[in-house]
Design a protein around this ligand. Structure first.
Ligand code: FSX
Ligand code: SF4
Ligand code: F3S
Length: 364
């Protein structure tokens, strides 16, 4: 591999001051959920580590995840892309296109084998050999497998990449799924949300970039520092919930007074994400603050879960039991995940067997 510049090299080259560099490192430290005594480690890594090579590909999706990413305020997405990572290929942000662009992807994979970070947005479309999602003359699943098997780590950005998202909603005509079936043995960090919070997106990629490892993950492969709490745990409307003060309709006095949105279908008690503390648009707001219940956009299959249509609590239990409901939901999710993982292994084995059978019969 060639000698690549570090973040500090690039700041120097651009005439940016040491003070600006250290301020960026402090911001990154706090973004990654690390304590202030870790700042020196971050500074050291940013001085010495070459900029991480990033390849960013898009499957079945609405592109909302990249739209979210470019609105990151701390760090600014422009600083990240121009000074903190080496973004070699991005379906959306790269100006280049066509054959030279695809050739560049191949060169990047070859040159940085085992050392680049693969960011993936969107679901993997599997029906009819994946023909409903093509890129550069290949199916997306082919590109994904190829890019993932040579990557150092994969980041699954958005609920679509993590578990299929809207593409996998019933009746799922394209056979869409999360990308995990196609990433082989490469470590995957799941960053759900439709889309994920911009600063969560930048925080995860910078953690891998600076420390060379994936951040600590929970049982669903999500970074603990961003998905350790339910929306309900950090919600500023929580005192109203605890006091039993609920908006009954979107335009009643309770709604206007900012009471709890549970009776309007809020999924906050079963949804893990940082919306309540980080918020969106540089801390400006988040759905609940704007008067809309959380629809659980970070949960698998939220589209099929009635989140977009049901405006009443889906659980018949008394309101006072809601924390218990959250715990029951978490346990059910864990069982579901275990079952899903077992089913995935079976499906994966079957897919490998099918592929072997079809070997020589053309791509995928
Ligand atoms: Fe999905 Fe992202 Fe929702 Fe959209 O890339 S998570 S539909 S915001 O765009 O994939
Ligand atoms: Fe906030 Fe929703 Fe919990 Fe009410 S139910 S406190 S609105 S997260
Ligand atoms: Fe999504 Fe709920 Fe946050 S809808 S954006 S997880 S508040």
């Amino acid at each position: 591999m060639d000698k690549r510049e570090s973040m500090w090299d690039l700041y120097l080259k651009k005439g940016m001051s040491r003070r600006t560099f250290v301020k960026s490192c402090v911001a990154l430290t706090s973004l990654m959920g690390l304590s202030t005594d870790q700042v020196s480690k971050v500074v050291e890594a940013a001085e010495q580590k070459p900029l991480p090579v990033v390849v960013w590909i898009h499957g079945h999706e609405c592109t909302g995840c990249d739209e979210s990413f470019i609105r990151s305020g701390a760090p600014l997405a422009s600083d990240l892309v121009l000074s903190q990572i080496a973004l070699e290929y991005d379906h959306l942000l790269s100006a280049a296109s066509g054959a030279p662009f695809e050739a560049h992807l191949e060169e990047t994979i070859e040159k940085y084998k085992g050392n680049y970070i693969l960011c993936v947005e969107g679901a993997a479309c599997t029906k009819d050999n994946g023909v409903y999602c093509m890129s550069g003359g290949h199916t997306f699943t082919h590109l994904l497998q190829h890019a993932a098997q040579n990557a150092k780590a994969v980041i699954a950005y958005g609920t679509c990449a993590v578990s299929g998202g809207i593409q996998a909603a019933k009746p799922n005509p394209t056979g869409s799924s999360g990308i995990g079936y196609f990433t082989g043995g490469t470590p995957v960090v799941n960053v759900p949300g439709c889309p994920p919070i911009p600063e969560v997106m930048t925080g995860v990629v910078m953690h891998i970039a600076l420390f060379g490892t994936v951040p600590p993950l929970d049982g669903e492969g999500r970074p603990k520092q961003f998905y350790g709490n339910r929306i309900h745990d950090t919600c500023y409307r929580r005192p109203f919930f605890d006091a039993g003060m609920f908006a009954e309709s979107f335009d009643d006095a309770g709604a206007k007074a900012g009471w709890c949105l549970y009776k309007l279908g809020c999924r906050g008690p079963e949804t893990y994400n940082s919306c309540g503390n980080l918020r969106w648009f540089q801390g400006m707001s988040y759905p609940i603050q704007s008067g809309a219940p959380c629809i659980g956009c970070s949960n698998a299959h939220f589209w099929d879960d009635g989140a977009m249509t049901e405006r009443l609590p889906k659980f018949g239990q008394p309101i006072g039991d809601v924390d218990q409901i959250g715990a029951v939901m978490a346990a059910a999710t864990a069982v579901g995940v275990a079952g899903h993982a077992a089913a995935s292994v079976v499906q994966k084995k079957k897919r490998i067997a099918d592929e072997k059978k079809n070997e020589g019969a053309g791509e995928e």
